[in-house]
Design a protein around this ligand. Structure first.
Ligand SMILES: [Zn+2]
Length: 268
């Protein structure tokens, strides 16, 4: 998961979302706002709704590769995910900064799981099934938000064998609890993802080696740019970002990146 750049929405689309949101916000009772927000979202988040057609196109641009899920970077991301769940935060149901494209396993697994940081403690605010619909405890979101934060400030990948996503070392206790919560809620260490990251790591390394060899053999700039673009189209851009970040500490990567220093400038 990487920090996302934010493509602007056209003004008419922003205005329409604001109009949709106002309809929810003007309902006085919280439980009724939750119910209305959910039903209005499902009736409007359709392929025939002009506003959501644009929203979805913009969300697609924010994904890596072939519209990969922002969270796991592995499966197709084609579900409009509310970073702050609509079940808990009706005030964010139609807010553009609250959307990303996620895959079914990430979106469905996360569902309405959420937590906040309240006085330095992580407080789970997921509403149990059947519980009364009351507002969640106050506090800043614990879940790492890739639209507003750099996930790499919290999370790292073990490139030396397990390919687990782990909290970065040396985090303060609050940041560490946020990292752990995010990993758990998204189930970022499911077996398939470990295999996929390992595979991506090998793929990036092989492509970088090929680039190095072709460059040293005198390939022209067009060929080298094509090799670079192929590398950057490899799924799992977080693995690539981590390879660059960890290269100084992993001898085989260190040699490679020292031989191809321009690779440090290639965008994820
Ligand atoms: Zn996913």
């Amino acid at each position: 998961m990487l920090h996302l750049s934010d493509p602007n929405l056209p003004a008419r689309v922003s205005a329409k979302l604001a109009e949709y949101q106002d309809e929810i916000d003007e309902v006085e009772n919280y439980a009724e706002r939750v119910t209305l927000g959910k039903s209005r979202f499902s009736s409007r988040n359709t392929t025939t709704n002009a506003t959501f057609r644009v929203v979805r196109a913009r969300l697609s641009e924010m994904c890596s590769g072939a519209q990969r899920c922002v969270y796991c970077e592995d499966s197709v991301g084609d579900e409009v995910e509310h970073i702050k769940p609509k079940d808990l935060y009706p005030e964010d149901v139609f807010r553009w900064p609250n959307y990303i494209y996620a895959c079914g396993p990430c979106n469905g697994g996360k569902n309405n799981k959420f937590a906040v940081i309240n006085q330095g403690n992580l407080v789970i605010v997921t509403r149990p099934r059947g519980a009364p619909i009351t507002p969640p405890s106050l506090g800043d979101p614990a879940f790492i938000n890739p639209r507003t934060e750099d996930p790499l400030a919290f999370l790292t990948i073990d490139l030396l064998g397990t390919f687990l996503i782990l909290p970065c070392e040396g985090l303060d206790p609050v940041a560490e609890s946020r990292a752990k919560f995010t990993i758990e809620v998204l189930n970022l260490n499911r077996d398939l993802l470990l295999d996929a990251r390992q595979n991506a790591f090998g793929g990036y390394r092989a492509r970088l080696l090929e680039y190095r060899h072709r460059r040293d053999d005198g390939a022209d700039v067009n060929e080298l740019n094509a090799l670079r673009d192929d590398l950057l189209a490899t799924p799992h851009p977080t693995v690539w970002a981590e390879m660059k970040r960890q290269a100084p500490f992993i001898p085989t990567l260190q040699d490679l990146f020292e031989a191809v220093p321009e690779a440090n400038e290639w965008l994820d």
